[in-house]
Design a binder for this molecule. Sequence first.
Ligand SMILES: [Zn+2]
Ligand SMILES: [Zn+2]
Length: 449
Amino acid sequence: MRSSLVFSDATSRSLHEVLQASPFVERAAFLLCTEVRTDRSCKLIVKQVVPVRPGDYLRQHAAGMSLASAAYTSVAKIARDTGSSIIFVHSHPSGALYFSDQDDREEPKLIEFFKARVPGRTHGALVVCDGCVVGRIYTPEAADLDVIAEWGAHWKVHAGASVGKQDVFDRSIRAIGRDGQALLRQLVIGVVGAGGTGSAIAQMLARLGVGTLRLFDEDKLEDSNVPRVLGAAMSQVGQAKVRVLEEHLRSIGLGTIVEAVEGSICRQDVAAMLRDCDVIFSCVDKEMPRSILMAHHRHYLTPVIDLGVKIEASQQSIKEVWGRITTMTPGSPCLFCRGRISAEGLRLEAMRLDERSAQIRQGYAPELDEPAPAVVAYTSAVASMAAAEFLARLFLPGARKSLGDESLMRLDLGTVRSNSGTMRANCICANDESFAAGDISPHLGLSWG
Ligand SMILES: [Zn+2]
Ligand SMILES: [Zn+2]
């Protein structure tokens, strides 16, 4: 079972503040987490950091500490009331990079205690030392966490298990390092939409050496798609787009596991399959799937990189070409805040064709759009920029500091600018209840058709 622990940068910051308050002796805290279980993964999303109260430290030095039992009973009570998993965290100021022998002896007793007080939840432990973090959960045997991720303006991702030699990636390793390459191998990345941008992103992620790609699209390949869908051939017209892409990615032979999901994420069962993903690329051209991905991001904190391409043309002549990459990560404004999608747009999109025709006649809806112009050079360019954004978030945190979460490109002019956007106070993304809520019923709190 694959396991991951997910922080927002706010919860990560508050944990580090607690642990660094006395940097020369061990300190401890508890994480209360929302648990998300699928048939193949267990994801714990940190909701709250509970520091150990000063009076509950019985003994504290550089390589050891003991806590009063009240520390454990009080956190177990909160976890039980909120249905949370508990992760016990302590620091190793001595610099020891892994759990000590004493940790190995004491921890199972603590986990048994948590399991008795908060049954049906997965509990675990984390050790933090200078710039390094390792963790394990009990399911029920102890197993190291595969991925520990902090999502926010900066992404910090620690991958537990190491991977074998990856000489084929020698040229990438020279840029992102062996650890970086190994990290890519540990990631599960969702690509929603297997058209022009989606096929290009998926191909780049496979060539980067990403471990698992999960592709979502309900459409069949049409002949008018072939000029933009990378890896597609005219002989495949009529096949499911995700199957065409899956076949192409497998043929690359770089070891990426490809999972094709032939279905729309506007269906509840398909949307639920996004839950295993660490990062999601949104390569769709409609507002409804974008709004579902935003809701998914809020509930599971999974970063979503949304791509848009727009060619302004009239009378078969290009006027302007726009590319957009918007990264949704904890603390960033959503697509509603940014005006990229709207309630009105969703309303029009949800209308049946006959309803919409009636509304057009009555003047309540704009004319139906012709198929939008689309050109492979522009879809692929935006996909490349999105892949570069993903690499920058993971491996160049310093470079992201001054930039916002959205890049706008004028592909006809060759210019790029970034913006931070503004979070609107009354927006759906300001609703704290859905933040890190995980699985709720109905899924994502939405009404599904
Ligand atoms: Zn320890
Ligand atoms: Zn918003």
